[in-house]
Design a protein. Structure first.
Length: 92
């Protein structure tokens, strides 16, 4: 599903104009993005949790040459679905 698909679904189900639906979707994504950039976690009841995790430096290997390299520290985004979402997915 794309943003355009979400806009279309909101337009059909709620009755907002397409412009209002697009603004709504953009606003929700902007809030999520800003919150995650600040390092906060997002918990959406009945859906799941978005969490930023820190990964430390680690040794790796260049697959072409076999040389050892250091993979730099970074942040990763993880999503853990709620039990409600897991149940909904597994019953269909």
């Amino acid at each position: 599903m794309t943003k355009a698909d979400m806009v279309e679904k909101i337009y059909e189900k709620i009755g907002f104009s397409k412009k209002e639906s697009a603004e709504l979707v953009e606003t929700v994504f902007d809030i999520i993005k800003t919150t995650l950039e600040q390092g906060e976690k997002i918990k959406i009841a009945g859906f799941g949790n978005f969490i930023i995790k820190e990964k430390a430096d680690r040794r790796g290997r260049n697959p072409q040459t076999g040389d050892e390299i250091t993979i730099s520290a970074r942040k990763i985004l993880t999503f853990k679905p709620s039990q409600v979402l897991k149940a909904a997915i597994n019953t269909k």
